[in-house]
Design a binder for this molecule. Sequence first.
Ligand code: ATP
Ligand code: MG
Length: 460
Amino acid sequence: MIKTLIRRILGGKVKEAPPVDLTKPVILGPQDHGIDPQLVSANAIRVTQTLQQAGFAAFIVGGAVRDLLLSVKPKDFDIATNATPEQVKRLFRRAFVIGKRFQIVHVMFGQDLLEVTTFRGSSSDGAPKDEHGRVLRDNVFGEQHEDAIRRDFTINAMYYDPASQTVLDYHGGIKDIRNKTLRIIGVPEARFREDPVRLLRVVRFAAKLGFSIDPATSAPIAVMAPLINNVPAARVFDEMIKLLMSGQALACLQQLRKEGLHHGLLPLLDVVLEQPLGEKFVRLALASTDLRVRQGKPVSPGFLFASLLWHQVLEKWAAYQAAGEPAIPALHLAADDVLNSQTEKLALQRKIASDMRDIWAMQPRFERRVGKSPYKLLEHPRLRAGYDFLLLRCESGEIDAEIGEWWTDFMEADGEGREVLLAKKPGGVGEAAAKKRPRRRSPRKPKAAGDSTPPNDVAD
Ligand code: ATP
Ligand code: MG
């Protein structure tokens, strides 16, 4: 049915691949591609060299080549080779064959992990597929040009040989990099059907790189969006994490909405973004995550998802209280509801879900500023995350900025200072004195903790 719809949209014509020889790459030397060898990881060179010395072909491939061509330091390096996984494994001291659907080798140097993949065969015709045409398994090895055609976008299908400093380009990737264009390799409809995760990838790369999507590539996206529902939740979740941690999460989500792809991913995102307060909160959370990613600081998925879904929790929390539940049990019930409704679609890992629950459950505790309560909260292992979350709530206007300021001061203060603060909390003995102090517009972060402590209480 989707096929018919797409045909109708494209005026009955589904474009065929251009009649050029896709088995011969365009080869570019250092003058043509301009890659700065300083940006290439020493371990990636070690892997390609070792493989080449053993008589195999070996190249840096995919996102790393794309980033190198854009003069961006790649965050990781993938290697493609004609050696089989077993042959690769034998050449390195710490190498592990992993994966079912695609077998790959993880080569480790200290903490550094490189993924080495054997060139894949081009045809997925005979591969097992689900009833919607999604390829379930295929592990056939092939030639480099076949490997290239299997990749998703032209800009992700180039190979770089650090030894000769040449780039091999089979699909016009260089041209697309220069024109800032995202173009899927092959017939868009077929490629999205084979693997609907590509629908999310196209959005992520467009937003992250600031590229435009070639019209033929973008045409079927909206109609094919429902296919994402057939992808195993864990894969969708991995892709969502990449998207949210791309440093351009806000832009990615806007693009997802624009392409009609947010339905079924974060089913509640729609609701969240339609509430004025919720939208501001989500925007602030994403903007702060984006900033941290761009500054190379770690971010925690638990914090991020806790933010995305907070206003849903608030709504349900209020409903349970209205139905007569006391505040704290009502919050736990609301958290359960939200987590349950998301777990199915997003395959939220247990650790992430428990971080989210901790962050949410801490919120009412920030309001209890009497006796030993604040001291107990200081010992909470997730205090930083809970506190950062509190600041976002203040900044979004959900709660009075005064609470955030009070906690900033309390966390900074010494023993005596803390007693003073406890005495002068609003409604307390020193309220009048506290009111004399000019109110800051937004709460500031404590100096003492500073940047050395990851504010988002990074998941370990
Ligand atoms: P990032 O910088 O976000 O890691 P990337 O391009 O390296 O981007 P990966 O998910 O690490 O993305 O994938 C590595 C490479 O594997 C891609 O560049 C692409 O060539 C290929 N690839 C990944 N996912 C797919 C897919 N779903 N379909 C086809 N090729 C894919
Ligand atoms: Mg990558």
